[in-house]
Design a protein around this ligand. Sequence first.
Ligand SMILES: NC(=O)c1ccc[n+]([C@@H]2O[C@H](COP(=O)([O-])OP(=O)(O)OC[C@H]3O[C@@H](n4cnc5c(N)ncnc54)[C@H](O)[C@@H]3O)[C@@H](O)[C@H]2O)c1
Length: 325
Amino acid sequence: MEKSVVLVTGGAGYIGSHTVRLLKDKYDVIIFDSLFRGNIESVPQDVKFVKGDLLDKEALNRVFTENKIDSVIHFAGLAYVGESSQKSELYYNVNVNGSFNLFAAMSENGVKEIVFSSTCSIYGNSAQNPIDESQPPVPSNRYGQTKRMVELLLKDFELSYNFRYVSLRYFNAAGCSPTGEIGEKHTPEPHLIPVVVLAALTGATVSVFGNDYNTPDGTCIRDFIHVCDLATAHISALDYLKETKKSEIFNLGSGTGYSVLEIIKKVEELTGLKVKYNILGRREGDPAVLIASSEKAANVLNWKPEYNLDDMILTAFNWFKNPKF
Ligand SMILES: NC(=O)c1ccc[n+]([C@@H]2O[C@H](COP(=O)([O-])OP(=O)(O)OC[C@H]3O[C@@H](n4cnc5c(N)ncnc54)[C@H](O)[C@@H]3O)[C@@H](O)[C@H]2O)c1
């Protein structure tokens, strides 16, 4: 029997490439990525790769007319909270217009199933932690705002064109493939765990943005989730869409929060290396605490994280000690 075909936008990126490794066992995969922040080295040899930009409507349309695509996983986008404050136009253009172009191309070509990479940034300064999906989406930064707008687009494409979508609101992705084959490579690298691990390895200084938040040690608290656990959630989400034909939103996190200083201490403890850090002022748009309730994903998708914080730090440490690209 022929495998169903999945178009993966942003499949050369960090979370996309880890998901593709798993997805390709079950589906035929085509990656569409501009390589703006992706790495061609992370694309498996046996997967079709199309270099293209979400803002290029013709290139997008061509992928759908030249291939018989059944569903889409949409990772492609820009994802840095700090950068989004400086570059509003770029973020709205790539994340909102780019997604709109993708949905329009899908609709024109009769493709209606999509799993979308959303984010915990959608919740802003939530009154409740752990946060479940019933909490109001009130983003506190431009990045979260663009992702919320894409969720609204998806809702309207459902109403007008029978789209079926799963929006996965991930908390903070971390860790690398335990095989050491692929990992995280961002330039610049804004994510806390890789920044701290790299500081341990190179002697660089970590910038801590604010120590006057209403948290036990004054630094922000975040919920981290291993990239391979996110990968399995995407397979479950796609299976769910195919079985139920129902749209849904799920949070994906571990349910435990760690402060920035706790992460620094944990990296020192696990690696035996010293981490230097500087306390700077707060960064615009950073909520104090973001912790996920992923009970809905556990109950509906039967998804549970398999990796803990130590695994995230150690797999990242192994990767950054010996990166393959
Ligand atoms: N990393 C996290 O902790 C996290 C948390 C929540 C949500 N997300 C979301 O998950 C998705 C993947 O995140 P990631 O960390 O793997 O990011 P990433 O930057 O590693 O991957 C994104 C990919 O999209 C591609 N891309 C960017 N602009 C494009 C365009 N205009 N056209 C085509 N391709 C383009 C990049 O080249 C890259 O390969 C993003 O949408 C992000 O917003 C990430």
